[in-house]
Design a binder for this molecule. Structure first.
Ligand code: ATP
Length: 973
């Protein structure tokens, strides 16, 4: 029993323990349940609070269900705490930092309140970087624990387009008015920031003809704002697209990708900004318009075209910011994200806006009306621009603002047209001056040729009154209208230079001048501008010159582009230039066209703007003359005194200072109305006595860019004689004199002998001057008249025999030069036979011509016609005279002397044809030299003949003077 009770007690105790444990467990579970319930309730409240917004819940908790519950209070406390924690960094720094950022990125009117600036005129010019942000409202973070505000701003102009959307989308809605005010405020900021004229506004409203942005209306008076017809959106979009095309082909030539980068690199922008504001109605545009709008949006910013679209669907991948107006005083912006609320800026009173716009308009009008001068084309500092990628300089003004021309890869060459008196020369002066002031002579060289009668380019060379010259000019050709060959020479020179540059580029494994300059930064590779005024003269006749000119022009025009060689061709009448228009390959390269008033054919046929131009204006067109490329400019007077001449002086002085007076070389001047002086011609001046068996005989000057002397060499081989042909005595004697004097300079005294025979009275003075100059130089000279001719020729014939007989053709013998003035005048004397030997002077002359050169006896003779030379030479071949120079002889008469080839040549004053059968395939045109400074002025009576040191018989004869001018003491034979 006791045992049973014990067992029972134990069971009871176990049950009690179990009950107690179960009760504990139940209590814990109930507690846990209560805790979980409370937690869950708090979470639900937290969720509700979060959904409702912490700020709103804290402001008005009663709005939320269960707000009386303790869990709600706890949840709200925690949410507020958490928000404070999360926002702590923002609260401490965010609004302040953003305020500073806007203050920095949006200086002056870009962010300041309108009261501080509205009505004052902007002063910023386009060279300084534009503000990167423009303020439009005040933002705050509604959820932030503290309601700190900061400015809301958007990037505009070069940076981004702007899309404004009204949430309600209805036209009449208040938000739409806010949108208009917002646009107006932004435009006013821009218009008041910059100098009037730099911001042009275009407004299109699908629903309204006028009345949009009424406060800005005064801007329309000066064209700063254009209101476009609601039905003509296509026109506006096309106009904007044209701007983009034109800016790409003008301002952005030379590798710049945007006007912004152009301004940053060069300090000039050249184009205003165009802000196009399009008000839509929320509906998409027609497909074509939409595409055009997208194109403008894509390419516009680089060209200063900025879009502000209101309620117009537009998608652009980048550079588009948006503002969505949710209510008149509430906006969101892509700049600030969805969590920030923006209150648009206050709108200034309408009359204040109108007054400010009137002031901007008037200032712009008066700026536009001011007369811009040549000096306004010039930069503040000379020679600061780099020509690596191209050349660009203003040439005139549109609305008072400079308009530039560009020469580079995209528009390599220029065609300028305008009738006589329309101002072509003046335009060229303006253009060259503007370029020359910007680019140093190491960046730009000029080759200038004027086919006009007159000397308009002579200004660029030193003159008697003005010693200055244009430092960029390397060659100036004036009065060349009869010397079309000079045009050819210039084109040939350019073609050679082009090849030289291409070779240098190839060596550096590149193809263009631009790349060559990058690879060879120390090299001197200036761009070349070559002007040919009245270039139609080049094609004046259907002859070899014209066809060669066309071929060369095509070559230079096509390949010059990449080698930095730019042609500028000007003409009063380009229409008739068959060789030019007949070769599209040439004129297609002339992308830049300049048409002066009444110019025909320079622009494309349906572009008649030039016909209506007022005086002193020009159409500048970088699009091969198509209409949308037209830029009408007013051209300042560049030829009046104190314009170009003053600039030239400044440039010249700087050039002398930089290079040193002795190194500063003036341009070579080719003046077709003057003969070049023999003294001063480097080929003559540089001749020195040398031991040579091939002395050079100079004759005249070749028509080339360098001013090279035409020469032949007198080596000891058959045919090395020279005939001068034709009746032009002055020219013929000049050639004879040049040849003798040039030979004289190549021998020391006693190392050459001269016999000078003057066979007409007319020539004795010239011949004597040459003889006495040679004598003064120490040479042995025998001067004879017709009376001594027979004996002289006999002596020469003996000399030839003697030297031939010596076997070595007298190789060491002193060379002997027979200079004969008017050989044909002595024909009858020459034909006279010696009674005993029956040998005539003619026989002896022929023998001297034939055999002399090999023995160092050369003849330089003047015959007054080609036929008379043939009479002297007889019926045989003419190759004993291997070279000739002909003046006033028709081409066909010369054919037999040039291996029968067809020679088209009409004689011209002071121009000769030179043919050396050993080197020439065709004769070349030469100018005789002016010897006045090269010969002794003394024309006194020749001295009496006394001695003959070279075994020549002493000339005698009653009818002429004769003299041996040896410079030595004369002794009787
Ligand atoms: N923009 C201008 N402003 C004032 N005067 C000008 C202007 N352009 C030209 N002139 C004057 O007009 C005259 C003729 O100009 P220019 O010699 O340049 O014309 P052109 O077309 O070259 O004529 P031509 O072919 O007959 O020489 C000159 O006296 C010149 O000073």
């Amino acid at each position: 029993m006791r045992k049973r009770n014990e067992r029972r007690g134990a069971i009871q105790a176990a049950f009690d323990r179990l009950s107690a444990t179960a009760a504990t467990a139940r209590g814990a579970a109930a507690n846990e349940l209560a805790r979980v319930r409370a937690e869950s309730a708090k979470r639900e409240h937290a969720l509700r609070i979060a959904r409702h917004g912490v700020t709103a819940a804290a402001r008005d908790p009663g709005e939320l269900e269960g707000s009386e519950q303790a869990e709600f209070r706890r949840a709200l406390e925690e949410a507020v705490e958490e928000r404070t924690e999360v926002f702590s960094e923002w609260t401490a720094r965010g609004p302040g930092q953003l305020g500073e950022l806007v203050a920095e990125a949006a200086p002056g009117t870009a962010a300041a309140p309108w009261r501080e600036w509205l009505g004052s005129i902007g002063t910023a010019d386009a060279r300084i970087p534009a503000p990167t942000l423009w303020r439009f409202g005040t933002a705050h973070a509604p959820d932030a624990p503290e309601a700190a505000e900061f400015p809301a701003a958007v990037p505009l102009l070069d940076e981004s387009h702007l899309r404004i959307t009204c949430r309600s989308g209805t036209l009449e809605s208040a938000t739409r008015d806010t949108a208009e005010s917002l646009v107006q405020n932004l435009l006013l900021r821009m218009l008041s920031y910059y100098e009037p004229g730099l911001i042009r506004v275009h407004v299109w409203d699908t629903a309204r003809l006028t009345g949009t942005l009424p406060g800005l209306f005064p801007l329309t008076r000066s064209g700063l704002l254009t209101a476009h017809d609601p039905t003509r959106l296509d026109d506006l979009l096309e106009e904007l697209a044209e701007h983009i095309r034109r800016i790409h082909t003008t301002a952005l030539l030379g590798g710049h990708t945007s006007l912004k980068s152009l301004a940053a690199e060069t300090g000039h922008r050249g184009e205003p900004w165009r802000v196009a504001v399009l008000f839509g109605d929320g509906e998409p545009l027609k497909e074509e318009q939409q595409q055009q709008l997208q194109r403008v949006a894509r390419n516009g910013l680089a060209c200063g075209i900025q879009l502000i679209v209101v309620d117009l669907p537009m998608t652009v991948n980048n550079a588009l910011e948006s503002v969505t107006l949710l209510a008149p005083d509430l906006a969101r912006s892509s700049m600030t994200g969805p969590h920030l609320a923006i209150r648009p800026d206050e709108v200034p009173p309408r009359e204040r806006v109108s007054r400010a716009c009137s002031a901007i308009s008037e200032t712009f009008q008066s700026r536009r009306a001011r007369v811009r001068t040549f000096d306004d084309l010039l930069p503040e500092q000379l020679w600061t621009q780099d020509s690596t990628t191209g050349l660009s300089a203003p040439v005139g003004f549109f609305e008072g603002e400079p308009v530039r021309i560009s020469l580079g890869d995209t528009s390599p060459h220029t065609l300028i047209g305008g009738p006589s008196g329309s101002g072509k020369t003046n335009f060229l002066y303006g253009m060259l001056g503007s370029l020359a002031a910007r680019y140093s002579p190491d960046e730009l060289e000029m080759y200038l040729l004027d086919f006009k009668e007159g000397v308009s380019f002579a200004q660029f060379t030193p003159g008697n009154r003005d010693p200055s010259w244009l430092p960029h000019a390397r060659l100036v050709g004036v009065n060349v209208n009869t010397d079309r060959e000079f045009g050819l020479a210039l084109l040939r020179f350019l073609a050679t230079e082009m090849r030289r540059r291409a070779d240098a580029a190839k060596e550096q494994e590149v193809t263009k001048l631009e790349e060559l300059r990058q690879r060879d930064p120390k090299g001197r590779w200036p761009r070349i501008v070559s002007v040919i005024d009245e270039f139609q003269y080049l094609f004046a006749e259907r002859d070899a010159v014209s066809s060669q000119a066309a071929t060369l022009l095509e070559d230079v025009a096509r390949r010059g582009r990449s080698q930095g060689i730019h042609l500028v061709l000007a003409s009063q009448d380009v229409s008739g230039i068959e060789a030019f228009w007949g070769k599209p390959a040439i004129f297609e390269q002339f992308i830049l066209r300049v048409a002066l008033p009444k110019a025909r054919r320079v622009l494309v046929d349906n572009n008649t703007t030039a016909l209506e131009l007022p005086r002193w204006h020009a159409v500048v067109n970088h699009e091969s003359g198509v209409k949308h490329g037209n830029e009408v400019v007013r051209v300042p007077d560049a030829t009046a005194s104190e314009t170009f001449d003053s600039l030239q002086h400044r440039l010249w002085e700087r050039h002398l200072w930089e290079t040193g007076r002795r190194n500063a070389l003036p341009p070579r001047l080719f003046d077709g109305s003057h003969l070049p002086g023999l003294i001063g011609t480097s080929d003559f001046d540089e001749l020195r006595p040398v031991t040579t068996r091939r002395p050079r005989v100079l004759l005249g000057q070749v028509i080339d860019v360098r001013g090279t002397a035409a020469a032949l060499s007198f080596e000891r081989s058959p045919g090395r004689n020279l005939a001068v042909l034709g009746s032009a005595q002055v020219d013929a004697t000049a050639v004879l004199g040049t040849s003798a004097l040039s030979l004289g300079r190549q021998f020391s005294p006693g190392r050459a002998a001269f016999t000078i025979a003057t066979l007409t009275e007319d020539t004795s003075e010239d011949a004597w001057a040459v003889a006495s100059t040679l004598r003064d130089a120490g040479h042995t000279v025998t001067f004879i008249g017709p009376g001594e001719l027979g004996e002289t020729l006999r002596g020469l014939s003996d000399l030839v025999d003697e030297r031939s007989g010596s076997g070595g053709t007298g190789s060491d013998a002193v060379p002997h030069y027979l200079l004969c003035y008017a050989v044909d005048a002595a024909q009858s004397i020459l034909e006279r036979k010696e009674p005993e030997s029956r040998v005539s002077g003619l026989d002896q002359l022929r023998k001297t011509l034939k055999q002399g050169p090999e023995c160092g006896v050369h003849t330089i003779g003047w015959w007054r016609s080609a036929q008379r030379l043939r009479n002297t030479l007889g019926m045989g071949p003419t190759d004993d005279v291997g070279a000739w120079v002909a003046f006033d002889v028709q081409g066909q008469e010369l054919a037999p002397l040039a291996a029968g080839q067809l020679i088209t040549w009409s004689p011209r004053v002071h121009r000769g044809l030179f043919f050396d059968r050993s080197v020439h395939s065709h004769p070349e045109v030469i100018l005789p030299f002016d010897l006045s400074e090269a010969v002794d002025g003394s024309t006194g009576e020749p001295e009496e003949v006394t001695a003959e040191p070279n075994n020549l018989p002493r000339p005698r004869g009653p009818e002429t003077v004769s003299s041996n001018i040896s410079g030595e003491e004369a002794t009787d034979d």
